[in-house]
Design a protein around this ligand. Structure first.
Ligand code: GUN
Ligand code: FE
Length: 444
């Protein structure tokens, strides 16, 4: 990688680093040096003593500010591959309901209020700030059907420094009388208006086509969105096979499709850039449809539990070669950010194993991969997810502070990391960087 010019800003971070190199490969480096130039990782030296740092930087011809990670560790920022920004005010509700009545009684009434730009701005600012503090450096957002609110969400992600995919929901049927688009033409016109309005934003914020789910889109709307995806290469996000009543309705409305995923495939919406949320109720044939199209799945264990949807078979997805990331699915799920999803994913996977429905639970390397590198690959971001040189510096500095974390002097990094995954929270996230810019953190 090119050496920094005189106007570049360079920072070297020395200390413990934990990151994922692959599904089963967690790398723990007690004494690493990460050199960041203009927000990008210029080098990662795996084993450098403190006293060797100045000479090493000098040998690279770099004048860098040195940050000593003298407590805790650095890890990549967490990636939320599925969430709904406007639903944040409903967090914690809905646990007695299933998907379709939950949409009608709690979700559509809340989302319809985002025709009010003041309300949208107040809520979106808080969602972005809170999830950044919780360590979410990249978020795949659904907005509402409103163009103005959706554009605002994208602008606020850029302003507050969160890497994001932002989608305006396409939904021209099967919703509420006062919260639905009037026609396919009106829906596509709004999508194009949204795309034009966000085109000038920084590259950290990108639009994503968002047919809400097949029930809420007429076949011709699905076809037009599929054609647009093919023409533009834009990514796609939607929901899949979340709930058994939903699936029964899909069979009724799309009798010609053998599977739910087949509905998306038939309309050109199952692409290598498609993120399918939930996928709780799949069989081998449907997994084959997904993997053969190169699409991936956002596993949302907290939501799947809260909305009584079921236990998604993550090991079977991975076994079929499907990309899997984690999604908080606010407010189907209640947890803020991805740490709660790591825990819920482990718990749900062990529940399946206890009942003989899976060979084993998910391992820590697998869970952290889904939370970082796997999530990045699911949303088509090759330049984040770990500390490989050339990638953007999207990172957390974890310093144990929360009451549940007991850390002894000299405790091994891997052990502190495991404690944070299962007992920590945002109080332990001292600093959050996106593309080298510090955007949040509990420490001033
Ligand atoms: N299916 C369609 N819309 C939604 C939503 O907002 N949340 C969840 N969990 N599932 C959906
Ligand atoms: Fe969702």
């Amino acid at each position: 990688h090119s050496l920094p010019s005189s106007t570049s800003s360079a920072t070297a971070y020395h200390g413990p680093v934990v990151h994922s190199l692959g599904l089963t490969q967690l790398q723990v480096l007690p004494s690493a040096l990460v050199l960041v130039v203009d927000g990008q990782i210029a080098s990662l030296d795996e084993d450098v003593k403190r006293e060797e740092v100045p000479a090493l930087l000098a040998s690279r011809g770099v004048e860098a500010e040195l940050v000593l990670v003298d407590e805790g560790f650095l890890c990549p920022g967490l990636i939320d591959t599925h969430t709904h920004a406007p639903q944040y005010p409903n967090n914690g509700l809905g646990g007695a309901l299933e998907l379709l009545p939950w949409l009608q009684t709690l979700t559509f009434p809340l989302e319809s209020r985002f025709s009010d730009p003041a309300l949208a701005e107040r809520i979106f600012r808080r969602v972005i700030a809170r999830t950044l503090s919780a360590g979410t450096t990249t978020s795949c957002y659904y907005s509402t059907l409103h163009v103005d609110a959706s554009v605002l969400l994208a602008q606020l992600c850029a302003e507050l420094g969160q890497r994001a995919f932002v989608g305006r929901c396409s939904m021209n049927r099967y919703c509420a009388d006062d919260y639905v688009e009037a026609s396919t033409a009106a829906s596509m016109a709004s999508t194009k208006q949204f795309l034009a309005a966000v085109a000038g934003l920084p590259s950290t914020v990108k639009p994503i086509l968002t047919p809400r789910f097949a029930l809420s889109c007429t076949p011709d709307l699905l076809t037009e969105l599929g054609d647009l995806a093919a023409a533009t290469g834009l990514p796609v996000q939607t929901h899949l096979a979340e709930n058994t009543s939903e699936i029964a309705e899909i069979r009724r409305l799309f009798p010609e499709s053998k599977t739910y995923a087949g509905v998306y495939a038939a309309h050109g919406l199952l692409t290598p850039r498609t993120i399918l949320a939930h996928a709780v109720h799949l069989d081998d044939a449907e997994r084959e449809v997904i993997s053969s199209h190169g699409a991936g799945i956002s596993h949302c264990p907290g939501s799947n539990t809260n909305l009584n949807s079921g236990a998604a078979r993550v090991l079977d997805m991975l076994g079929a070669g499907i990309k899997v990331g984690l999604g908080s699915d606010c407010s189907g799920g209640c947890g803020t950010g991805i740490l709660p999803q790591i825990r819920d994913a482990r718990t749900v996977s062990r529940g399946l194993a206890f009942e003989g429905l899976a060979d084993r639970g998910l391992s820590i390397p697998e869970l952290f991969h889904m939370a970082t590198l796997g999530g990045a690959s699911l949303c088509g971001l090759e330049d984040v997810g770990n500390f490989t040189p050339g990638k953007q510096f999207d990172a957390l500095w974890v310093k144990p502070r929360s009451p549940g974390m007991w850390v002894d002097d000299g405790e091994a990094v891997g052990s502190v990391f495991e404690k944070w995954l299962f007992t920590g929270d945002d109080r332990d996230i001292a600093a959050v960087w996106v593309q080298g810019r510090r955007v949040a953190g509990s420490e001033q």
